[in-house]
Design a protein around this ligand. Structure first.
Ligand code: AMP
Length: 193
């Protein structure tokens, strides 16, 4: 099962991806997590991506396309994968189509979580509070200035990705304003169909 998960920052993609991964035994491929790991390990990619990520901007298409192309061939992707946070530009979406075709793979579902922009800020504030209360580190880009930039990047560069998939009738949308369980149920129905 190969799934692309779209939606703005704070829409709940991470939470829902985790549930799908646990249920279907597929790999969760979050380009954000992979890039954060690269930053932490101070790899050449991490060194390039660090400042861009902290400012809330997008890392170059070339870097993320390379990471995903390598990653989807790993052994833990044999049963499938869920792409969380990729593609984020139309160029990435087109590259993904080409890369899957080259590898003889096909996407089973492209799901977008739709959420009102106003609630996103509140959700991020809650995420910061919860991380702090649990003694976990807070993401460097979970501050008001970087978050605004991430929303702008989403609107300008990632929203067109939904149209890219919609034009070919491949996009399925889910109301991300519903409760976590309700959202999961809707996603399960899409994946069962
Ligand atoms: P996320 O964890 O998905 O919110 O991603 C955190 C940050 O990583 C983003 O704000 C970008 O700087 C970078 N990033 C993650 N995925 C991508 C992508 N597909 N294309 C470009 N930048 C990305």
């Amino acid at each position: 099962m190969k799934i692309v998960f779209l939606g703005p920052p704070g829409a709940g993609k991470g939470t829902q991806s985790e549930r799908i991964v646990n249920k279907h035994g597929i790999a969760q491929l979050s380009t954000g997590d992979m890039l954060r790991a690269a930053v932490k390990a101070e790899t050449p990619i991490g060194l390039k991506a660090k400042a861009v990520m902290e400012a809330g901007d997008l890392v170059s298409d070339e870097i993320v396309i390379g990471i995903v192309s390598d990653r989807i061939e790993a052994a833990d992707c044999a049963k499938g994968f869920i792409l969380d946070g990729f593609p984020r530009t139309v160029a990435q979406a087109a590259a993904l189509d080409r890369m899957l075709e080259d590898k003889g793979m096909e996407l089973d579902a492209i799901i977008e979580l739709k959420v009102d922009q106003e609630v996103l800020i509140t959700r991020i504030e809650n995420r910061v509070r919860e991380a702090q209360a649990a003694g976990q580190p807070v993401r460097k880009d979970d501050n008001p200035a970087a978050f605004k930039q991430r929303l702008d990047a989403y609107r300008e560069q990632t929203a067109p990705v939904s149209s890219y998939y919609e034009e070919t009738g491949r996009l399925q949308t889910v109301d991300g304003m519903a409760s976590i369980d309700e959202v999961s149920k809707e996603i399960d129905q899409i994946l069962a169909g």
